[in-house]
Ligand binder design. Structure first.
Ligand SMILES: [Zn+2]
Length: 399
């Protein structure tokens, strides 16, 4: 018979309660700043003494700072609290050809932004990334950089933080974290881009109470971050979520992973560009951004290529819906800029592949580039606040 250690369970639940209360206080400050300790107690339903204790800790750690005093009737002048706006992280969003970098503050605002070209040579690329991060840090002397969050188009071993699978990036088994930490002297946290975006949506978005979410990044490839029953699903060795490499058609085109007919060879932005080339063999080659622009201008082939991509996105979502039954699917990627066109097709296809019940809501995240940068930033903030590990969502729901 399985033996359960009840003392451990008790300890865990006390610890969880403490973390949930802290998350609630921090989220209330984020949403309602500036506000006083009394406001916090009233809004959270927590005791004044508990609120004061949590606030003192958050001030010591640098998350929260005291600001002006409010003028209230009868001479009471409570000190107002707000997030420390000089507390920031560097976010690095790595793509196969480019790294987009930003300094992001606690409110999820981008304070500065930069980009560097990268190649299949990880050492030279990391040198460029480090140099750009140094410049950004210097340009914001008032901002205290707490750490670096890196989102990558692939999988990172959760224990060693080495890149274990990134077929579109070709940086296999490279220790990116150590290469950045050694130069920048700051802690680095890395994760898959889809997981990072999902953490950012949970941290900065308004998804209170939704327990089953899948976030799909559609770019050079396709990645998914899974939040099931209120928990981030990481799977064995952090490898969960590779739906982009689920085989849809064994006779399909070759994928960067070496196999044929993966979902991403039909539904990624590269696929859309390929569809356009097939429809318009004589046209000059285009980027996905240019394809979006051509479709907006009324080019029928560009429009058709995007429609084909949308159809394939919806088809793959059917797999996710059947397997995970999410209540919400978020799509992050440049395709969200053409949502008026792609959204209805994606929804129609997803509905067609829904086996039972109502299909989930499908929504684009706002501004794909910012979504991914905030994702990388959320990873770094999470490092300082491991309690964000997503207990905040059910907790906020029940406040
Ligand atoms: Zn593949």
């Amino acid at each position: 018979m399985r033996h359960i250690d009840l003392t451990q369970v008790q300890r865990a639940s006390n610890e969880t309660a403490r973390r949930i209360n802290r998350d609630i206080v921090l989220e209330l400050i984020r949403e309602n700043q500036p506000l006083s300790r009394a406001d916090l107690a009233r809004r959270s339903g927590l005791q004044r003494s508990t609120v004061s204790q949590i606030v003192e800790q958050l001030i010591v750690e640098g998350w929260v700072r005291e600001g002006s005093m409010a003028n209230l009737p009868r001479g009471r002048r409570p000190t107002m609290l707000g997030l420390n706006e000089e507390f920031g992280v560097i976010a690095a969003d790595i793509h196969p050809r480019i790294a987009i970098l930003a300094v992001v503050d606690l409110n999820g605002r981008l304070l500065s932004r930069s980009q560097v070209p990268i190649t299949s040579d990880p050492e030279a690329s990391t040198r460029r990334i480090n140099e750009a991060m140094m410049r950004m840090r210097k340009s914001l002397p008032r901002c205290t950089i707490q750490g670096i969050g890196v989102s990558i188009p692939g999988r990172v071993d959760p224990d060693t933080q080495r890149i274990i699978f990134a077929p579109n990036l070709h940086w296999r088994d490279f220790d990116l974290r150590t290469a950045i930490e050694a130069k920048m002297k700051l802690p680095v946290k890395m994760d898959n881009a889809a997981n990072a975006c999902l953490v950012a949506e949970l941290m900065f978005g308004s998804l209170d109470g939704i327990q089953n979410i899948v976030l799909v990044t559609v770019s050079e490839g396709i990645g998914t971050g899974i939040f099931a029953n209120g928990q981030l699903v990481t799977g064995n060795g952090g490898r969960a979520g590779e739906f982009g490499h689920a085989p849809l058609d064994a006779s399909g085109p070759r994928c960067a992973c070496g196999r044929r007919g993966c979902w991403e060879v039909f539904a990624s932005c590269r696929a859309a560009v390929r569809y356009y080339r097939e429809l318009q063999p004589k046209a000059p080659s285009v980027t996905f951004q240019e394809l979006l622009h051509l479709a907006e201008e009324g080019d029928p082939h560009a429009g058709n290529a995007l429609d084909m991509q949308a159809k394939q996105i919806g088809r793959g979502l059917g797999l996710l819906i059947a397997g995970l039954a999410p209540g919400l699917i978020l799509i992050a990627g440049d395709i969200s800029a053409a949502w008026h066109r792609a959204g209805p097709i994606i929804e129609r296809e997803a509905k067609r592949f829904t086996v039972a019940g109502e299909p989930p809501r499908i929504l684009p995240t706002h501004e794909s580039e910012i979504a991914r940068l905030r994702g990388a930033a959320a990873l770094a903030f999470q490092r300082h606040r491991p309690d964000l590990s997503l207990t905040a969502v059910p907790a906020l729901d029940s406040r």
